[in-house]
Design a protein. Sequence first.
Length: 199
Amino acid sequence: MKIIVVGAQGDIGKAACNELGARHDLIRVGRSSGDIQLDISDRQSVDDMYARVGPVDAVVSTAGDVHFGPLEQQTDETLMLGFRQKVMGQINLVLAGLTAVLEGGSFTLTSGVLDRDPVRMGVGAATANGALGGFVVGSAIEMPRRLRINAVSPGLLDVSVPRYGQWFAGHDPVSSERVGRAYAKSVEGAITGQIIIVA
């Protein structure tokens, strides 16, 4: 299959690429690296990417920024960062890709653990993850041309502990290999409208 992987250089993106790259032709996309550079919050940029790449079998997104900070310091702007980047950015990939992904193809988005197992200062991430889950479940029943959509919701990856572990007190890290297999389950399997939890 020909698969676009957005956020390919991040920890989750590398896990997905390591698993899928053994069997498929990957187009690695990033904000400042990869085969193509892309701002997923800019719909025109997303449209241009699909026009450049041409038809694909699947799209995997592991991208999207959120703001971490105490609840009482959250503002419209800090919360909107997560909506623009993590939520609408990934939704842009789906909406623009409805005609670019081949019949029977799939979209796999990425949410995360914090909407079901929160941490202090993670309300922005929890909110974005919950919104993405709602989009996946709601859009799955309306997908045209037998397209499928799922989200992978991983816990803190083992390789991410040195950078982010201080935010996740008491959380058991998950292996990158297991996270990679979750993306394979979504892309290569038959499920749709599912949140694939890796805990």
